[in-house]
Design a protein around this ligand. Structure first.
Ligand code: NAD
Length: 368
């Protein structure tokens, strides 16, 4: 074996341990076929860390992640920890990992796999294959926030009273670095980049437009267009197959990526990558949560996590062949009719086989 990679695995809670162990088995098999060794170490975050250490993100997890080539995360959270103090909630681990690892770009491919058309809520979705690139560490989720009192009155005489505020702010540097990732993706794909913003109202959005236009001169082959976020949310449903790469701010990306995810059926199918500074580890995770309703029952769809491993291989480790092998094995497995419960729909053809997490994983491994 010539190459070795160290992967930190954070199984997390609920179905997290089931889908991460499934994905690691697939990754190890795919990598070994290409003479690559995968070393894994398990780290705690979320509810599992609260149970052991009383906090959702121990320092040793951050250090462990920083010391690896990439991180695979299952999901965190669940009803068991719903009543812990707000700053100790399992989900705090996600924000801590993103900022601790400086992961400023969230990349979410949205692909409607052949054979899963019946899983889409759209009548005629067409061939959906797009990527949403969301800025992850700036904007309104990280801006100045607070409350103050005001004795001023509204037009009808009502006293304003308590006023809450959140602030959207972006620096040129933050916008340029995420735009660069967007143009880079567009160059490797169908060379179309859509900037989603609210430039008719927001100063920050107008900055995004100006900087995107300036950067487009460096990428003459990429067709750049702009959509207001309200229109984008309609067009994603109206003509999803016309999108290639979408780049947008933290808030708009949060909302649109869930909408786009739904267009292709189950959230169990969707991978994601969070990346930042070149040379530092990225974090890869399915977009779903810990699904406590099906945890421990061999019902979880592992494909979103398996496809996250393919993204890991392609995006930060440069192992295109391993990524292709995993993605092709998933396609073949779906074509053979293997379906977990979440992707079993009326309208599927007759050759579908309802299977659990373990059987789905084995089918992917057999197809590698
Ligand atoms: P969820 O994504 O866990 O589940 C929503 C629905 O989708 C459930 O019916 C579930 O059974 C189903 N589902 C999810 N993943 C599936 C899979 N792989 N295969 C088959 N079905 C799947 O969202 P939720 O119920 O809103 O949240 C549950 C917990 O997860 C909460 O504590 C929430 O805070 C947490 N959460 C964590 C993350 C994360 O770690 N990134 C993301 C979202 C939610």
């Amino acid at each position: 074996m010539s190459k070795k990679y160290n992967i930190s695995v954070i199984p997390g809670d609920g179905i997290g341990p089931e889908v991460t162990s499934a994905a690691i088995k697939v990754l190890e098999t795919a990598a070994s076929k290409r003479e690559i060794e995968i070393y894994t170490k398990e780290l705690l975050a979320g509810g599992a860390a609260i149970d052991k250490y009383g906090i959702p993100l121990p320092q040793e997890t951050i250090y462990g992640c920083k010391d690896s080539d990439a991180v695979l995360l299952g999901a965190v959270g669940g009803p068991k920890w719903d009543n812990v103090e707000p700053d100790k909630r399992p989900e705090k681990a996600l924000l801590g990992l993103r900022s601790g690892l400086d992961l400023y770009a969230n990349i979410r491919p949205v692909v409607l796999h052949e054979g899963l058309e019946a899983a889409s809520p759209l009548k005629n979705p067409g061939k959906v294959d797009l990527v949403i690139i969301r800025e992850l560490t700036g904007g309104i989720y990280f801006g100045k926030t607070g409350f103050y009192q005001s004795g001023d009155k509204l037009s009808d005489g009502t006293v304003k009273g308590k006023i809450g505020f959140d602030t959207e702010s972006y620096s040129e540097g933050e916008i340029n670095r995420i735009l660069k990732i967007g143009f880079g993706f567009a160059m490797k794909r169908r060379k179309k980049l859509t900037l989603v913003d609210k430039a008719n109202v927001l100063v920050t959005s107008r900055m995004w437009r100006t900087l995107a236009t300036q950067m487009s001169f460096d990428y003459p082959e990429v067709e750049l267009d702009f959509l207001y976020v309200d229109n984008a949310s309609m067009q994603l449903i109206n003509r999803p197959s016309s999108f290639d790469v979408i780049v947008t701010s933290n808030l708009f990306g949060d909302i649109l990526s869930d909408e786009a995810g739904q267009i292709v059926g189950s959230i169990g199918m969707l991978p994601s990558a969070s990346v930042g500074v070149i040379g530092k580890p990225g974090m890869f995770e399915p977009i779903h949560g810990s699904a406590p309703d099906i945890a421990g029952q061999n019902k979880a769809n592992p494909l979103g996590t398996i496809l996250s491993c393919a993204m890991m291989m392609r995006t930060v480790l440069g192992e295109e062949e391993v990524a292709d092998d995993i993605e092709n094995a998933v396609k073949k497995t779906l074509a053979q009719g293997y379906r977990t419960g979440d992707i079993t729909f009326v309208g599927d053809n007759n050759n579908t086989k309802l299977v659990g997490t373990v059987e789905m994983t084995q089918a992917v491994i057999d197809n590698l």
